[in-house]
Ligand binder design. Structure first.
Ligand SMILES: Cc1cc2nc3c(=O)[nH]c(=O)nc-3n(C[C@H](O)[C@H](O)[C@H](O)COP(=O)(O)O)c2cc1C
Length: 163
């Protein structure tokens, strides 16, 4: 295995399992280790209600609530140069727990490639939004938004074209 491939970590956040499925396929495509970002306080169905302007996710995304706390700080980011970072699109960008993730680790010298799942939205300004919060000025690039049905083969071709 070449040195780029052996230094890849997959990190993801997922509440309802869609991004988790894509992340697992990507990890198996690249034979890479995988780490799940978890919120200290898990999201309930009510928390996710985007029609309720007072739901937890609405308040977090509007910056009325502080960034949510991470459940642990055990992501082995130190050992990896390239990180694929996946999440669901919330309100056109990353859920704030992902911003909390990039803020909480020293990401100096790392390349972070974003991927997402969503109802339909693409990544938009997500790389820009995350760069503002990231510690250590890593390179952060928008990768792609994938449907749940994306194949392992498609993910492999895409990942090899972008690393
Ligand atoms: C609070 C909230 C906001 C969302 N905002 C968007 C959005 O702006 N655009 C979009 O296409 N999908 C949006 N979605 C849908 C999710 O991105 C989509 O269901 C995603 O695949 C869920 O991923 P998960 O199962 O990994 O949590 C939103 C979902 C939630 C819960």
């Amino acid at each position: 295995m070449n040195s780029v491939l052996s230094s890849i970590l997959i990190v993801y956040f997922s509440v309802t399992g869609t991004t988790a499925g894509v992340a697992q396929k990507l990890a198996s495509a690249l034979n890479a280790p995988i780490y799940e970002i978890k919120a200290k306080q898990p999201y309930t169905e009510a928390d996710l209600n985007w029609n309720d302007e007072n739901s937890r996710s609405s308040l977090e995304m509007a910056d009325i609530l502080p960034y949510p706390e991470l459940d642990d700080l055990n992501a082995p980011v130190k050992e990896y140069k390239t990180i694929f970072l996946g999440f669901p699109i919330w309100w056109g960008t990353s859920p704030k727990i992902v911003n909390q993730f990039v803020k909480s680790y020293d990401l100096s010298g790392k390349k972070i490639i974003l991927f997402a799942t969503s109802g339909s939205s693409g990544l938009g300004d997500t790389a820009y939004d995350l760069k503002k919060d990231a510690t250590g000025s890593p390179e952060i690039i928008n990768g792609r938004r994938f449907p749940a049905s994306v194949s392992t083969e498609e993910l492999k071709t895409w990942a090899e074209s972008i690393i």
